[in-house]
Design a protein. Structure first.
Length: 146
């Protein structure tokens, strides 16, 4: 497989672009031995990469959910208790957030919806991480020691 963008091109060829000119450029580059092959992954490998990308997206979504809760707390001037470190969100902190009530029902509901979104993204991140670890163990056993 050849990456067409790697072929040198003149301004005339940019303006007059069609299959005939492209095939002639490919043939000339092949004749001059200027072509470099690119690696094409197998479908199995591409699907493994998709799982990696899913985990990356899940981590971003989880971080956003946490940031929304932080912003909510900051906006309303809510500080976490001094005995709980909110940096790593331990279970004590989550429990404290679940017990927290706002002065109005609307505020409490908003917080509960934010916490529900946080829990959903956390579960999704944990599940995709488990599946990814399993995928690596099964298909890439040489990398399980790292």
């Amino acid at each position: 497989m050849i990456n067409a963008a790697d072929l040198p091109i003149t301004s005339k060829e940019k303006v007059n672009k069609n299959d005939h000119i492209d095939s002639r450029r490919l043939a000339m580059a092949l004749q001059r031995n200027e072509l470099k092959a690119i690696h094409v992954f197998s479908p199995e490998h591409e699907q493994s990469r998709s799982l990696f990308r899913m985990r990356w997206r899940a981590a971003i979504d989880h971080r956003r959910a946490k940031n929304r809760i932080r912003s909510f707390m900051h906006y309303y001037g809510i500080n976490s208790p001094s005995d709980i470190n909110p940096d790593h969100w331990p279970l004590d902190f989550i429990h404290w957030l679940n017990q927290l009530t706002m002065p109005t029902e609307a505020g409490t509901l908003s917080l509960k919806f934010l916490l529900k979104a946080y829990q959903n993204t956390r579960e999704q991140l944990l599940e995709v991480t488990r599946q990814l670890r399993h995928e690596v163990k099964v298909h890439y056993p040489d990398y399980t020691n790292y």
